[in-house]
Ligand binder design. Structure first.
Ligand SMILES: CC(C)(COP(=O)(O)OP(=O)(O)OC[C@H]1O[C@@H](n2cnc3c(N)ncnc32)[C@H](O)[C@@H]1OP(=O)(O)O)[C@@H](O)C(=O)NCCC(=O)NCCS
Length: 165
């Protein structure tokens, strides 16, 4: 029988306190540090879905909508939104919380694509995703448009192959 998984099977929630080593000279969180957290939680979601090793195939643009300040809690939530044959799209939502006032701001929404791989690093099939809630179904439907955009961008990247390595 075909193996299927739900979005909640790959749900990851990570909350961290933003400390001085995580921040820049104006007291807001380093973008690179946040991107490492994003890649981390997304990879765990992908592995929970595929139950295999995975690699990051692509990261969509990451727009920082709101600064995250030293002393804030930063909360990341991720889960699989779409599956192809061997690839998985993951959404990562980042919320900053002022722990004193309780104010919460949505800072980043990002989509990443991971591919499940075997011991030789070759892509392997993943279980089909079955979205359950209305939000999950919306994300699953809109994934096809995001994949189109990625394909278009891929064409742009391949036209840059004249750049030597
Ligand atoms: C990702 C990777 C495994 C794909 O291998 P490949 O031999 O090109 O495999 P395929 O062309 O058969 O593609 C496999 C799947 O990946 C998807 N894919 C490949 N490149 C992609 C990209 N840039 N963005 C989104 N999806 C991509 C394909 O659409 C396909 O999905 P599907 O099976 O669901 O239809 C390979 O390119 C790789 O290992 N890249 C390096 C990954 C890495 O090191 N990541 C860490 C970065 S530091």
């Amino acid at each position: 029988m075909e193996e299927t998984k739900n979005c909640r099977d790959s749900l990851v929630i990570k909350t961290s306190l933003v400390l001085p080593p995580d921040t820049n000279n104006i007291g807001t969180m380093f973008g690179g540090k946040l991107m490492a957290y994003i890649d981390d939680v997304a990879a765990i979601s992908a592995m929970r879905h595929a139950r295999s090793n995975v690699v990051t195939a692509s990261t969509d643009s990451v727009d920082f909508l709101h600064p995250i300040h030293e002393g804030n809690a930063v909360c990341l939530e991720s889960f699989v939104t779409y599956t192809g044959r061997t690839s998985m799209e993951i959404i990562v939502k980042v919320i900053a919380e002022d722990l004193v006032t309780g104010a919460r701001n949505l800072c980043v929404i990002s989509f990443l694509t991971f591919v499940a791989i075997n011991e030789e690093g070759k892509p392997i099939p993943v279980p089909r995703l079955v979205p359950e809630t209305e939000m999950e179904r919306n994300l699953n439907e809109s994934a096809k448009q995001r994949a189109q955009i990625r394909k278009k961008e891929g064409k742009i990247h391949s036209s840059l192959q004249v750049l030597s390595v």
